[in-house]
Design a protein. Structure first.
Length: 272
């Protein structure tokens, strides 16, 4: 069109070309200002397992004082991303990004790209950020038997509740069989029922489970590590769990924090 305007000397064509060039300049400037002063942040969850799609919390800070940002697209290096329609001026907006890590051990998020087709999808402006924050990716989870070095060797893992105790938490109300102590009879409920009902309690303490990595089934180290991670995830909340890694023994304890410690040891075990 520009060549036609020069060759023909048509003033109308000159006006059209000038208007289009001005439109391109204004929209390009608006698109650049739209993504300017945006800072992304990915907040990881407490647990990240290899091979499992994990949702990260995406937070975008808009440091512009007078201008909101529209149609913000955030993409990670693995191709996953999210679109946020509006980030208010001087504020923030949140969304979710699903990431998947292929192997256990140390990992980083890598590059994050912020882009937007605003205002008319004529140009797409983008900024690229690098996330260097280190992450710990736990092993893949494979559910298996609770084989270890304790008294429950070669017993199926869910056998922990096969026996009842007298000093633990109330687990259920059951019918009276004649073998329970009379002090366990729930008299109020029994008065409303046609049969005697008793309170059944769990044991306050459970037998520790020590996982011997070398004795777990598996064709290679990765499969044994995954089976050990599955056992830790399954049992560490309800009983003391420890691990034997060659000559290293981590004493059994229970709880979420100890479970993260065991999973972290498994995440880096055997890696160069």
């Amino acid at each position: 069109m520009g060549f036609s305007a020069v060759n023909t000397g048509n003033n109308l064509l000159f006006l059209v070309v000038s208007g289009l060039l001005a439109f391109m300049s204004v929209t390009g400037l608006a698109g650049m200002l739209n993504i300017r002063n945006l800072v992304p942040e990915l907040i990881p969850p407490e647990e990240i397992f290899a091979g499992i799609a994990t949702p990260f919390r995406l937070r975008i800070q808009n440091h512009k004082r007078f201008m909101p940002s529209f149609l913000i697209r955030v993409e990670c290096s693995n191709g996953q991303g999210a679109t946020i329609p509006l980030v208010p001026r001087g504020g923030q907006a949140e969304g979710d990004v699903v990431l998947t890590f292929g192997r256990r051990g140390a990992a980083t998020i890598g590059k994050i790209t912020i882009s937007s087709p605003f205002p008319v999808s004529f140009f797409t402006r983008f900024w690229t950020f690098t996330m260097e924050k280190g992450l710990v990716v736990f092993p893949r989870l494979i559910q298996g038997r609770a084989d270890g070095l304790g008294q429950e060797n070669k017993r199926v893992g869910n056998s922990i509740h096969q026996s009842r105790g007298l000093d633990g938490e109330l687990e259920r109300i059951a019918g009276y069989t004649g073998t329970q102590p009379l002090r366990n009879i729930h008299w109020k409920l029994s008065a409303r029922s046609a049969e005697l009902l008793v309170k059944e309690f769990g044991k306050q303490t459970s037998t520790p489970l020590i996982i011997d990595l070398e004795n777990l089934p598996g064709i290679d180290l990765e499969e044994r590590v995954s089976r050990a991670a599955g056992l830790v995830r399954r049992w560490v909340q309800v009983r003391p769990v420890g691990i034997r890694l060659g000559k290293q023994i981590i004493p059994p304890e229970a709880g979420r924090r100890h479970g993260h410690l065991l999973l972290t040891e498994l995440a880096f075990h055997g890696l160069d």
